[in-house]
Ligand binder design. Sequence first.
Ligand SMILES: Cc1ncc(COP(=O)(O)O)c(C=O)c1O
Length: 389
Amino acid sequence: MKFARRIENLPPYLFVEISKKIAEKKAKGEEVISFAIGDPDIPTPPHIIEKLCQSAHDPSNHRYPESDSLPELRRAVAEWYQKRFDVSFDPGKEVLPLLGAKEGIAHIAFCFIDPGDVVLVPDPGYPVYSIGTMLAGGTSYFLPLKKEKDFLPDLDSIPDGVLKKARLLWMNYPNNPTGAVASLDFFRKVVKFADRHDLLVCHDGPYTEVAFDGYQPVSFMQAEGARERGVEFHSFSKSYNMTGWRIGMVVGNATMIGALKTLKSNIDSGIPQAIQYAAIEALTGSQDCISEHNVVYQKRRDLVMETLDRIGLEATAPKASLYIWAKIPAGYTSVEFTADLLEQVGVAVTPGVGYGQNGEGYVRLSLTIPDALLVKGLSQITGWRNTQR
Ligand SMILES: Cc1ncc(COP(=O)(O)O)c(C=O)c1O
């Protein structure tokens, strides 16, 4: 069968490959403890599920939803941003719910990128920024995220020739996979840079609610002028443990959101309405679940950090996100390290190179693993590492 070139050039999605390897081991009856995927193990809070069940019984939610979702949901998103970040949005023009942030992230490239256009993409980074770019015929110019720069891109190092062709800049803080955070001052600098070089900015912020030690991540949309330059993708997945329900949102520049709405109305037919009602409940109901989840994740973060420290793997304790970005010992590639760990003690972590060339030398551990398994997994990692020294 002849495939379209865009499919031939498409690498297998990182997590599909990891899940396949884990499934192969499990099929042989072997236990695998997975720190590999950022998929919350804590269930969706009961009041949200209750709303979903009630809404599923209502026949008016059995029909096609509107492409731009229920006005009540767009209003709830705007009110949540107002309360959480003190930024106001017009729910009619500046808010668009999505079938998960991933879908919107991939699709926005089709609204703004033509063949020959360059997109500035963080490396390491969530793979969908560059894959969306590639599917739209654009070229990614990778911005290295280095520890010595606090995993922030060095915008001043981008060559003029690249900037002339660049249309759009991707950013993601709190960051996957490094766990780094950005300040409002950094976002202000990004807006000025985008103004100077006429760039659109897409900020991806699904981890703003997963934070520790009292730290409160900021939104890109809080930076003055951000609305003129860009949008922010967000999600219910990590804030409310709703990865399985597939719902997210984008807020910000009305023209960019209008373009995405036009594209999407030709591709999908909206978000199941019962799930939209569950999302409204998530945003407007009690927010206690967020701090309760963060207590659990923070304890796990501390356990992982203690273990890494003890076995001599360098990492910085993240202030936010679900991830620990650990430096691996010299003599290994991240793929070799990951493969040995899985093969020899049945523990899965993600190889840093899966997030880009600058991820080489690191692995990512996700905190979305039940406490007992986390402790067992850490003990297996410790035992394995001790056999090597
Ligand atoms: C940085 C980043 N953006 C977007 C997503 C996707 O979120 P959603 O579940 O809403 O599609 C993820 C999921 O892991 C992510 O890490």
